[in-house]
Design a protein around this ligand. Structure first.
Ligand code: GTP
Ligand code: MG
Length: 283
């Protein structure tokens, strides 16, 4: 099972301290704080860096962007937006890789500010904040209309801060923040499934076990073309998948670690459809 210090041991500590420093320096001085969440698990992607207290402190300038909405269950994303609105926040779903969607989010932010009496001509400064690999830099590139920041499908791509000037606002890119010591085990598992923690720093079997329960043996069996019954234990199911995919170790046994990674990647690439990992409590 996962060592709770594994993330800081994996070279994240200095990097994370720097990200915290940048955040603390800019939170008070910027006009807009864009909090980027993963639409598939907004709560688990919110908890690692702000906590509700900080969010409340800066409520008047916070905008919640539920990113990667193209990967989430659209009905659940709508529920999350209503949930945050009921809590007094301004929230919108977005696909940061899509220029139109990113432009829509910027319009939403600027129009909301205008309705609240801010001058349209004012050129605001906004900072992006969120866990690693959530799409902060992608969003900035889409808004800028060109590649201004480094993007990559791995946590920890952005290493320092960078201001990017666009037509309508100035955007601050910064490294992702993930204070793993403040999180519960199931939140870490979800963040790993969403690629905010790199696979080499987590326990893939544990993450796959979580997804196995969320997606269910029937749907998984259908995709891998092997029969997995409800009652089957997880390791047997992973072994079935491994054998089916010819992931075989010496002695003819299935490589369940590789099968676990395949399951996680197939979840990430929508092989089981658009799945949200968190649903808001009905109010
Ligand atoms: N499907 C999908 N992928 C996205 C979306 N936004 C970003 N991505 C992908 O997610 C990965 C991470 O994007 P980045 O923009 O580098 O994320 P970041 O938050 O800047 O990451 P760090 O710099 O590591 O903190 C990249 O592979 C992007 O292409 C989205 O809305 N939908
Ligand atoms: Mg980045």
């Amino acid at each position: 099972m996962r060592d709770s210090n594994s993330i800081s041991n994996a070279g994240y500590a200095g990097h994370m301290a720097k990200a915290n420093q940048i955040a603390n320096r800019h939170l008070a001085e910027v006009d807009i704080i864009i909090v980027m969440l993963d639409a598939r698990a907004p709560m688990s992607s919110l908890r690692p860096f702000l906590g509700k207290r900080l969010l409340e402190q800066y409520k008047s300038k916070v905008f919640l962007l539920l990113n990667k909405q193209d990967l989430a269950d659209p009905e659940v994303t709508e529920k999350w937006i209503r949930y945050f609105e009921n809590d007094g926040y301004r929230a919108i779903g977005v696909n940061a890789r899509d220029k139109k969607s990113a432009a829509g989010a910027v319009d939403f932010i600027l129009n909301s500010r205008q309705k609240e009496g801010r001058r349209a001509s004012y050129f605001p400064r906004a900072m992006m904040i969120g866990v690693p690999n959530i799409g902060k830099s992608s969003f900035i590139n889409s808004v800028a209309g060109e590649t201004k920041t480094h993007v990559g499908n791995k946590a920890g791509i952005t290493r320092g801060k960078q201001w990017v000037v666009t037509d309508s606002l100035e955007l601050l890119d910064m490294p992702g923040i993930l204070q793993s010591n403040k999180l519960e085990e199931n939140e870490l598992v979800k963040l790993a499934c969403l690629s905010s923690i790199n696979d080499e720093n987590t326990d893939s079997l544990e993450n796959a076990y979580y997804l196995y329960r969320v997606i269910g043996p029937e749907k998984i069996g259908l995709y891998y073309e092997t029969e997995l019954d409800e009652g089957m234990d997880f390791e047997t199911a992973m072994n079935e998948i491994a054998l089916k995919r010819k992931m075989i170790m010496r002695g003819g046994v299935g490589d369940i670690e590789r099968a676990a990674l395949a399951l996680i990647n197939d979840f990430r690439t929508l092989r089981f459809g658009r799945i949200s990992l968190e649903v808001p409590d009905e109010q």
